[in-house]
Design a protein around this ligand. Sequence first.
Ligand SMILES: [Zn+2]
Length: 209
Amino acid sequence: MTFPYYDRLDQRQQAIYRASDAVTRIEVNDAAALATGVHALETALASEARAGVQAAAQALADGLLDRLGVAQVGVKVLAVRPSRGWGELHGLYEREPGQRALISVWMRTARNKRVVAFRTFLRTFLHEICHHLDYEHLRLVDSYHTEGFFKRESSLVRQLIGAPARVARTQIQPAEPDPRLSARRAAEALAQCRRVLGRDPPAPERDDR
Ligand SMILES: [Zn+2]
């Protein structure tokens, strides 16, 4: 099954989409050895100290990508999620020619400014890692949200913390825009979402804590 935006892609893009859709798992050698790093990230998030969360997330990314033998990525952890009419931005993956790719993950909800649940944070982090792996591990020339992509994301979650819990979904909650996010960056993020989804981002998952 393909997502509806598949029909709007050109032939070259459809070939990339099908290649992405065909891979449903990322195999991490000795994933259990990353448990300490996962625990460190959970502890850092519970402490609510942004710099500590960023350091733990960077270390986990380093360990994971090292195991997969692919280029490293920079990880930036930011405070309150940017939000607009379409909802909240959870994470972002950016790559520029000749530069180290960069993952940004936000640790507080736009609405209540609360620290997000650990599993939600980890899934967002691994989602952005999956975009990186599309280029660096699967050698795809673009990164699309396909069923295969989401299965790869789930396979990483399972290997790092076990079976996924049921996540409640809720409507987009309107929230005040975050003035700390530049308009340019928000526009880029939205454009990226539209490019890969073929539409505006879906309602975010609720942080049930
Ligand atoms: Zn994505």
